[in-house]
Ligand binder design. Structure first.
Ligand SMILES: Nc1nc2c(ncn2[C@@H]2O[C@H](COP(=O)(O)OP(=O)(O)OP(=O)(O)O)[C@@H](O)[C@H]2O)c(=O)[nH]1
Ligand SMILES: [Mg+2]
Length: 403
């Protein structure tokens, strides 16, 4: 009933879901639909993701694992770096925000005492979702062998070359006339590709990174591409767990959060379809508030997170918010506050647009459809505002660290 009424209002993905929803509705009514969607929205929390990090000793595997988990060596739960490790079993590191995401430090094949077949048996390559093959210089024959094994299993891998900032600095020190950064990076890339060609791997891309400069070089591209290459649920699992707050990461988060909006709006529409008149009931503001709180957590805009940022900048929380003219300042994060905010948006900002979508359906007393559209519209607006705030904070932080 409700599903067919709002058909065409949402993306293909949700339209497919609508078929299922109408079955759920027939069996379990509106409550069934709400539970079904809510479960779907939280599925990523249950999704496991196993990322294998391979490469020879000293390549920077553990340092990378710390960097992507937002930790520094020595911090609680961080991986040990620079210790001589000769483990023959893979070492696992769970994500601090999501224990279902596991980074696996694989043993170096070069130093492995068994034959390659035995390595395969011991390491069980099939259990990983993704492989990152690391080197801090040229790639070795064993790296190529691993890549081919991974390929045969139908899995993806990236080659990663670490320590490039250090190389640039060293190059400067050792030359009378310094070469440009791009020139040095190009040389490194060519050398890596040549070493891969020598071991029979052609037409691939090498990510050049420095684990101590995660904002620079290909670090962000590596994270973004990895995310894009994962299936939807695993993608959500990593995007919503990741701590690094680069602009690129904020955009990824926004993109994934946007995908949830039609589903949230559907739950709200299911509430609205109940024959109880009134603004409060048409839009489920409690549900919206839950989602907005999730946005704040994702963008580092909870009260605590803003406090921490303010401290880093040597400001008071209020001062930071005003200084940056933060959009989140406009909302009081309670059901009442959110409602009031939405009403101002409705009246002051977008009367025309809201009227455009509301007028044709108002006549048909389609409470569900109104609820669907309003929730979608407001959530999009709030998401965009909070995303802009997150970017402003990033700008402020980078200006601060450049001082
Ligand atoms: N400058 C620079 N140093 C790095 C980078 N990555 C790692 N290091 C340093 O290189 C050394 C080795 O790094 P690890 O992360 O311990 O290397 P690993 O691959 O885990 O080595 P094993 O555990 O022995 O297999 C450490 O001293 C790190 O601080 C990087 O990108 N840039
Ligand atoms: Mg290590």
């Amino acid at each position: 009933m409700m599903a067919s009424r709002i058909k065409g209002e949402c993306s293909n993905e949700v339209t497919e879901e609508e078929e299922l929803l109408s079955d759920v509705f027939k069996e379990n009514g509106i409550e069934g639909i709400q539970n079904y969607i809510k479960e779907g929205l939280n599925k990523w929390r249950e999704t496991e993701l196993h990322i294998a990090v391979a490469g020879k000793s000293g390549a920077g595997k553990s340092t990378f694992i710390n960097a992507i988990r937002g930790l520094k060596t020595g911090e609680k739960g961080s991986a040990d770096t620079d210790v001589e490790e000769c483990t023959i079993t893979a070492q696992s590191y769970t994500h601090p925000k999501n224990e279902k995401i596991v980074f696996w430090d694989l043993p170096g094949i070069g130093t492995y005492t068994f034959k390659r077949d035995e390595y395969k048996d011991n390491v069980d390559l099939a259990k990983y979702d993704f492989f990152l093959i690391f080197s801090s210089e040229r790639f070795l024959e064993t790296d190529g062998w691993l890549a081919n094994e991974v390929k045969q299993l139908g899995k993806k891998f990236y080659f990663v070359r670490t320590k490039v900032f250090q190389d640039i600095e060293n190059d400067k020190k050792g030359r009378k006339v310094a070469r440009s950064r791009d020139e040095i990076l190009e040389k490194i890339r060519k050398k890596c590709l040549k070493s891969l060609e020598d071991i029979g791997i052609s037409e691939c891309f090498v990510y050049l990174i420095d684990n101590f400069e995660p904002e620079d070089f290909d670090f962000n591209k590596l994270q973004s591409n990895l995310i894009e290459d994962l299936p939807q649920l695993k993608r959500e699992a990593i995007v919503f767990s990741i701590i690094t707050k680069t602009d690129g990461m904020m955009l990824q988060k926004k993109k994934e959060l946007e995908k949830r909006i039609p589903r949230i709006s559907l739950i709200s529409a299911a509430t609205g379809a109940m024959p109880i008149p009134g603004f409060n009931v048409i839009v489920d503001f409690g549900l919206m508030l839950e989602e907005v709180d999730f946005y704040r957590d994702q963008f580092g805009l909870t009260k605590d997170a803003i406090n921490r940022t303010a401290e880093m900048l040597g400001m008071r929380e209020e001062e930071l918010r005003r200084n940056l003219k933060m959009k989140e300042l406009l909302i009081d994060y309670t059901v009442k506050g959110l409602m009031a905010f939405c009403q101002t948006l409705f009246i002051a900002e977008a009367l025309e647009e809201v009227a455009k979508f509301m007028l044709p359906i108002l006549g048909s007393v389609a409470a569900g459809a109104i609820s669907y559209k309003s929730t979608q519209y407001w959530l999009k607006k709030i998401l965009e505002g909070l995303y802009q705030d997150a970017l402003e904070i990033n700008k402020k932080l980078s200006m601060h660290s450049a001082k």
